[in-house]
Design a protein around this ligand. Structure first.
Ligand SMILES: Cc1ncc(C[n+]2csc(CCOP(=O)(O)OP(=O)(O)O)c2C)c(N)n1
Ligand SMILES: [Mg+2]
Length: 355
């Protein structure tokens, strides 16, 4: 099986595409498919549960499964993942319990899972604030001679934030073992990529930081896996950070609260549906006789079991107390927070009285 990507030359141009043979056995290839297919099922279930009121909002990974799964499975057990709100499927593929991941979308102040145990930082909603955290963790690992690597996902929009620049520059200066995977899904909510950057590729920025840069088809799981694996191996061997741009597309609206008909056409979405990463990988596995109907039925059944567990757990979850949201912002509450909490208390008591 082959991975294909384009490297950024040190002087800033893109090299011709290169092919790399992957050392993945049939069981590993099937597992890649399984994780993508299960990821798609849990993603659909999360959308359904949001419509039914069990989640407050949800940011879908549909169409981005190859980018998220391909990158995540390239990590070793002790490595760290720094995800965004978009990366539910990536975090799921890392092995974190899906119900725990969804705490963010239930509106909990708690991230839902134990970051230290899972080696996954909380899914962050403030854009790119987790990128300097990934660089910092990687710098610390280097100082301690701890052979771990940090991988951080960023969106194309997040890559335009100052925090991304600071994280990448620091990582290059200190040769920190961190891999930046930018999922260029063409939109930052309603803002298309050409309205937020003038260059032809995000990967090209790597030359400016003095780190390797890679442009990869983000809908090709093998290429994403191969490019990420190479970057992780280099980082672990002391070769410093890499910037990977995985070009993909967000098929669903930005979140369940977004109306994407206001800023993009059905024709555009359909063109990307035709490049569906899951169907494409399945076609490749079928061609090489690596999967059969029995295997696909097992994956479907596993997906249904997980989806049922999500439904039971989320509908069975106790309602959160909205008063708690003020409790964990600062060690000592500011006067503004105190005033807001008092106002909310008054409002809630009034509602309770009328019920
Ligand atoms: C610092 C910051 N500014 C603005 C926002 C509001 N916001 C939420 S998502 C988003 C778009 C992000 O786009 P991108 O990074 O491409 O990620 P995608 O949603 O496409 O995965 C914006 C502007 C935010 N969450 N954080
Ligand atoms: Mg985006």
């Amino acid at each position: 099986m082959t991975a294909v990507w384009r490297d950024v030359a040190p002087d800033g141009g893109l090299r011709e595409p290169c092919s790399y043979e992957l050392e993945l056995d049939p069981a590993q290839l099937r597992d890649l498919y399984r994780l993508m297919a299960l990821g798609r099922r849990v993603d659909r279930q999360a959308i359904n549960l949001t419509r039914q009121g069990a989640l407050g909002v949800y940011a879908s990974s549909l169409g981005q499964e190859a980018a998220q799964v391909g990158a995540t499975v390239a990590l070793e057990q002790d490595d760290w993942l720094f995800p965004t709100y978009r990366d539910t499927v990536g975090v799921f593929a890392r092995g974190v319990d899906i119900v725990e991941i969804l705490a963010l979308f239930q509106g909990s102040w708690h991230c839902g899972f134990d970051p230290l145990r899972c080696r996954v930082a909380p899914l962050t909603t403030p854009l790119a604030t987790h990128a300097p955290h990934a660089t910092g963790l990687a710098m610390a690992a280097r100082l301690r001679h701890d052979p771990i690597v940090a991988l951080t996902f960023l969106g194309d929009g997040a890559a335009s934030e100052g925090d991304s620049h600071e994280a990448m520059n620091m990582a290059a200066v200190f040769q920190a073992p961190v891999v930046f995977v930018v999922q260029n899904n063409h939109y930052a909510i309603s803002v298309p990529i050409d309205l937020q950057m003038h260059a032809s590729s995000i990967a090209l920025r790597a030359a400016g930081y003095g780190m390797p840069g890679v442009l990869v088809d983000g809908n090709d799981v093998l290429s994403v896996y191969g490019a990420t694996r190479a970057a992780i191996d280099r980082a672990r061997a002391g070769g410093g950070p890499t910037l990977i741009e995985a070009v993909t597309y967000r098929i669903e609206p930005h979140t369940t609260a977004d109306d994407d008909t206001r800023y993009r056409s059905a024709v555009e979405i359909d063109a990307w549906r035709a490049r569906d990463p899951l169907e494409r990988f399945l076609a490749l596995l079928r061609e090489s006789d690596m999967v059969d109907d029995a295997f696909l039925a097992t994956v479907d059944a596993e997906g249904e079991t997980i989806a049922a567990r999500m439904r039971d757990a989320l509908f069975g979850a106790p309602d959160g107390d909205p008063r708690e949201m003020f409790d964990h912002v600062y060690a000592a509450k500011t006067s503004q927070l105190q005033a807001q909490q008092t106002a909310l208390d008054r409002e809630l008591s009034a509602t309770e009285e009328t019920e």
